[in-house]
Design a protein around this ligand. Structure first.
Ligand SMILES: Cc1cc2nc3c(=O)[nH]c(=O)nc-3n(C[C@H](O)[C@H](O)[C@H](O)COP(=O)(O)O)c2cc1C
Length: 127
């Protein structure tokens, strides 16, 4: 897995997911900050808040950076029923990129493996 992984984290779950990736040796990860401009292809990790909304930090980031996004994965909580990780679907649809995966909170080992495998599949198709 080589592609840059961009993320933000409101309550710490995506931060933990990324730390687990880092521990496995995937270190090409970057926290979204307000002025960030990305000039290489990236995959976005997004959370969902407030009944199915994309957090504002991601909306602002994507205004400036959507052209380099090649896929999106999302964290949510199944307690939210049909709104589970729905920000992932919204971003995929709006920017016409594939959904890599969805998982709950900071993800378990299966979620991590699945994410890495799906990213590697996407990378094969990109080249
Ligand atoms: C106020 C609030 C609203 C939320 N709304 C949703 C939702 O509509 N759908 C969902 O799947 N998860 C929802 N969640 C759960 C978060 O998406 C989930 O905890 C996620 O892992 C947060 O990631 P982060 O801490 O990295 O930002 C909500 C969490 C909070 C605190």
């Amino acid at each position: 897995m080589k592609t840059k992984i961009l993320y933000f984290s409101k309550t710490g779950n995506l931060k933990k997911f990324v730390e687990k990736l880092n521990k496995q040796g995937y270190n090409n990860t970057l926290l979204i900050t307000p002025e960030l401009k990305v000039d290489e292809k990236f995959i976005l990790l997004v959370s969902t808040i407030n009944f199915g909304e994309v957090p504002m930090e991601y909306k602002n980031f994507l205004k400036k950076n959507f052209t380099k996004m090649i896929g999106v994965a999302g964290s949510g909580n199944r307690n939210w029923g049909k709104n589970f990780a729905i920000a992932t679907d919204k971003i995929a649809k709006k920017f016409n990129v594939p959904i890599i995966s969805k998982f709950e909170l900071s993800g378990n080992l299966h979620d991590l493996d699945n994410f890495v495998n799906k990213v590697e599949e996407l990378e094969k198709n990109e080249h």
